[in-house]
Design a protein around this ligand. Sequence first.
Ligand code: SF4
Ligand code: SF4
Length: 139
Amino acid sequence: MSENLNPCITCGACCAHFRVSFYWAEANDAGGCVPADLTEQLNLFMRNMRGTNSKTPRCVALEGEIGQCVSCTIYEDRPTPCRAFAQSGEDNVANPACDRARARYGLPPLFTPQLHAITESYVSAGASTASDHVQSPGL
Ligand code: SF4
Ligand code: SF4
């Protein structure tokens, strides 16, 4: 496995676990960039990505099979919660929400205290960490 492989490419769990909601004006019918036809109104001020306001959520923009190979069909125009969501372990920081979403699909956590300890000892031994800084759910 390449050390630069972004785990999001073989995951996609967060795009099918959370309601992805954001300020309504992020959509492209209000001056933003998110394709409005892929959103629905949530309340007076918020919209969500279609498919995510459900007990079995899956964003309409997600393509592929979760846990295998996925991509976001609107990656360049995705809303702010998607841009802000970091994969667990990115920059050596845990994101429990990422690991929770992965657990729903039987995927192992990306960041555990044990992994953290191993990374720390690796770094203190003089090696640099591989971080591709891909913003998640970055596919
Ligand atoms: S951010 Fe986490 S849950 Fe989302 S696609 Fe990446 S690895 Fe999966
Ligand atoms: S990253 Fe793309 S596919 Fe995932 S929730 Fe956001 S818009 Fe949907």
